[in-house]
Design a protein around this ligand. Structure first.
Ligand code: NAD
Length: 244
């Protein structure tokens, strides 16, 4: 069974849909009810008991529950992206989860990405935007540690931009750079399915995931293809009609 936290959210819904279509058994875990799954836990990752219940029986964790952009550090980022992340990582370890798929962000290479040259390779030094990106660096580094300390397979993905609102769609429409790092809902679901189904012996990887660029390839997608077999199929503005 694949546990998807943040399963009711923008990315979570793409993951639940694609995994279910591929015949994977999926459990959702979100603080609000998750459409499209029979098996789900409604709860908060602040709650260690809810995390333990959600992880029981899972072989893979796709951990999407988070505050997904810059926000108040003490009220949102600290409890969701640091403490809640710790809770789910520990619950997954104790439940014997073998693979962890952890969503980082292109914001970890923000200052570098503004300047070019492109494409940026995942092995290049990072240049995080601000506090949200710093929480994703925490995720990336402890993800690496868990693969070494506990032998779990850990795949970190620096996601492009899968818009949550019509306002974000308008922002992307106004920026060539944003169109190049756009991640369509369809490609998002397919990417995460590839990560879930990647070879067991993959111990640790950091990759970028975007759709096809319209202008310039900003992030190097070669490792994503080589390690996970994922190749984007869509480009901006394909798929935006699902954003309400
Ligand atoms: N959408 C993007 O462009 C993008 C880009 C880079 C990284 N990410 C990352 O992908 C993940 C999903 O982002 P999204 O765009 O789907 O965001 P979203 O806000 O649409 O979904 C997040 C979901 O997590 C749930 N959630 C948040 N805090 C929780 C908590 N404490 N306990 C339980 N559930 C909680 C929310 O209810 C929501 O359904 C996040 O980790 C985000 O940082 C997203």
């Amino acid at each position: 069974m694949v546990l998807v936290t943040g399963s009711a959210g923008r990315v979570g819904q793409t993951v639940v849909g694609e995994l279910t279509a591929r015949g994977q058994t999926v459990r959702g875990f979100d603080r609000v009810p998750t459409p499209g799954v029979a098996d789900s836990v409604v709860g908060n990752i602040a709650d260690t008991e809810a995390c333990a219940r959600a992880c029981a029986g899972a072989h893979t964790l796709v951990h999407l529950a988070a505050t997904p952009d810059d926000d108040d550090f003490m009220a949102r980022l600290l409890p969701d992206n640091i403490v809640g992340f710790y809770n789910i990582m520990e619950a997954a370890r104790l439940a014997g989860v073998r693979r962890l798929v952890l969503p980082s962000s292109g914001q970890v290479s923000w200052w570098r990405a503004l300047a070019g040259p492109w494409p940026i390779h995942p092995d290049e030094p990072v240049a995080p935007k601000y506090w949200y990106a710093a929480t994703k660096m925490f995720m990336e580094s402890i993800g690496r540690s868990y693969s070494e300390m506990h032998g779990q397979s850990v795949i970190v993905v620096r996601l492009g931009w899968c818009p949550r609102t019509r306002a974000q769609v308008a922002e992307i429409a106004a920026s060539e750079w944003a169109q190049d790092v756009y991640l369509s809902p369809g490609d998002s679901g397919r990417f995460f399915a590839c990560a879930v189904e990647a070879p067991e012996e993959l111990k640790f990887a950091i990759v970028y995931a975007t759709s096809l660029p319209n202008h310039i390839l900003r992030y190097d997608l070669e490792p994503t293809k080589r390690l996970l077999g994922f190749v984007p199929q869509e480009r901006w503005p394909q798929g935006i009609e699902i954003v309400k």
